[in-house]
Design a protein around this ligand. Structure first.
Ligand SMILES: Cc1cc2nc3c(=O)[nH]c(=O)nc-3n(C[C@H](O)[C@H](O)[C@H](O)COP(=O)(O)OP(=O)(O)OC[C@H]3O[C@@H](n4cnc5c(N)ncnc54)[C@H](O)[C@@H]3O)c2cc1C
Length: 444
């Protein structure tokens, strides 16, 4: 089923867009049973489930492609996942099953063991004695965070402060590169609840897997929702192509987009939902890909090179993933916000410079092209993924509460299943949340 503007919208043109509420109030019939807003992991999973349940649905997406933060970028000739890469906790991740059903190759990790790594500080290799100290700090950090499930809802920094400056430094590097945020702005309890398990990789790309999963789904691309009216018996979603009326809506907009309020809800969302959004923030994990001409600078494939520059700046250069001629620089938190703010050309030049100080100036001569995927600069996402603020670990559960029996918020921010939000931040969690929302919205 391809979404088409409703007949009313076509007839009434702009007037319909301005006044969908009055129009829907006059009609008991809806265009569809459920309208799904956003065709990322959550929206695609919801749509597939609605299709399986035989429901009439519309799936709208503001971008000119599906997948959202699941996107395999091929613009440099060597594909890389600009968003999600790892199929986390693969044993219960629905993307594992979806990949296998589609005959997609899945591997347990990049090089069989996670790959080697090198550690630098201000351009100088970190000596073995220092590396041992850092490893011990990471072990202490891991223990402290594991125990946070039963600790008060404080920030990660507050949680680990008593273990000394080495552990605080480890926490800082970890939260920046895995959560995309500074440790003082992340709830340790929210982090401790996240699921863990085996990670799988799709060499052809996690984004490419999502695209194959979406094949054949009736999705209306380049169709942004601009307003969602839930004042009547159902929901009316306004788009530049017309309005869609539905009994229910599944809203998979990223938290960044919801916070920005570029989609207007009428009436305004209930206080509980707004309070939930106040408890969440989007972190930034930027990827800047550097394409080289085949030179390897004596760095084996699948090596991670870390460069630490002071307490707030860490670069992770992932070299030659899947033996491809690219290096992906990962930057997180405020440092990522700063570098992304430079714009693509300057950001690429900057990380190339840093990389060259680690592997030698030859890197500048053998460089071909670069690409920045900053996510915070992407109006369809406005960040990488959501974290709960200290003291706000209940925010995901509150956001997952359906509104008036006709609006469901689903996505990585509510990622998980059955009231357990351990799948938050991930594409697998978004899939589970989208599928559950579809089952709930299809009932009755
Ligand atoms: C750099 C990076 C690395 C990551 N690494 C991993 C990883 O290794 N493993 C992992 O599991 N997860 C990872 N993630 C997180 C993962 O990508 C997300 O959790 C997941 O893809 C989110 O899915 P979603 O459906 O909730 O949101 P999205 O994928 O953002 O889908 C929401 C959709 O809504 C659309 N939209 C926005 N505004 C509108 C509008 N007004 N109208 C209609 N549509 C709209 C968007 O374009 C988007 O397609 C990573 C993310 C980033 C950015």
């Amino acid at each position: 089923m391809l979404f088409k503007p409703s007949r009313r919208a076509v007839l009434a043109g702009a007037a319909t867009l301005a006044a969908p509420r009055a129009l829907i109030a006059q009609s008991a019939a809806f265009d569809v049973d459920v309208v799904v807003v956003g065709a990322g992991a959550a929206g695609l999973a919801a749509a597939r489930e609605l299709q399986a349940l035989g429901k009439r649905f519309a799936l709208i997406e503001s971008r000119d492609r599906v997948g959202g933060r699941l996107h395999t970028d091929v613009s440099l000739g060597a594909p890389f996942d600009a968003g999600a890469l790892y199929i986390h906790w693969a044993e219960r991740n629905p993307w594992t099953e979806a990949g296998r059903a589609l005959g997609v190759e899945l591997r347990s990790d990049r090089g069989g063991g996670g790959g080697p790594f090198r550690l630098f500080e201000n351009g100088r290799p970190v000596p073995d004695s220092e590396r041992g100290k850092r490893r011990a700090a990471f072990r202490a950090l891991s223990r402290a965070l594991d125990e946070s499930q039963t600790a008060p809802d404080v920030s990660i920094v507050a949680r680990v402060a008593e273990f000394g400056p080495d552990v605080v430094a480890a926490a800082s590097g970890m939260t920046r590169l895995s959560l995309g945020e500074e440790p003082e702005r992340v709830s340790a309890l929210d982090y401790a609840r996240l699921w863990s398990g085996e990670d799988l990789l799709a060499p052809a790309g996690y984004g490419a897997l999502a695209e194959r999963f979406a094949a054949g789904l009736p999705v209306s691309l380049s169709t942004p929702a601009t307003a969602i009216d839930w004042s009547g018996p159902g929901v009316v979603v306004t788009t530049p192509k017309g309005a869609i009326s539905a009994r229910r809506a599944i809203v998979t907009l990223p938290v960044g987009v919801l916070i920005e309020e570029s989609v207007r809800f009428a009436p305004r969302l209930p206080d509980a939902t707004l309070a939930a959004l106040e408890g969440l923030e989007m972190g930034v994990l930027a990827k800047i890909a550097l394409r080289f001409d085949g030179a390897r600078f004596d760095v084996p494939a699948n090596t991670d090179i870390f460069e630490v520059r002071g307490p707030r700046v860490t670069y992770d250069f992932e070299c030659w993933p899947f033996e491809r001629d690219i290096v992906i620089a990962y930057l997180g938190g405020d440092h990522a916000r700063q570098v992304v703010g430079l714009g693509e050309a300057d950001a690429v030049a900057h990380v190339l410079d840093v990389f060259a100080t680690l592997v030698g100036p030859e890197a500048r001569r053998r460089f071909v092209a670069g690409r920045m995927r900053g996510w915070i600069d992407d109006p369809h996402a406005l960040g990488a993924y959501s974290h709960a603020l200290p003291g706000r670990a209940g925010a995901r559960a509150a956001l997952a509460q359906p509104v008036a029996g006709r609006l469901w918020f689903a996505g990585e921010a509510t990622g998980g299943q059955g009231g357990d939000f351990g799948g938050a931040m991930t594409a697998g969690g978004a899939f589970l949340a989208g599928r559950d929302a579809a089952r709930a919205a299809a009932m009755g």
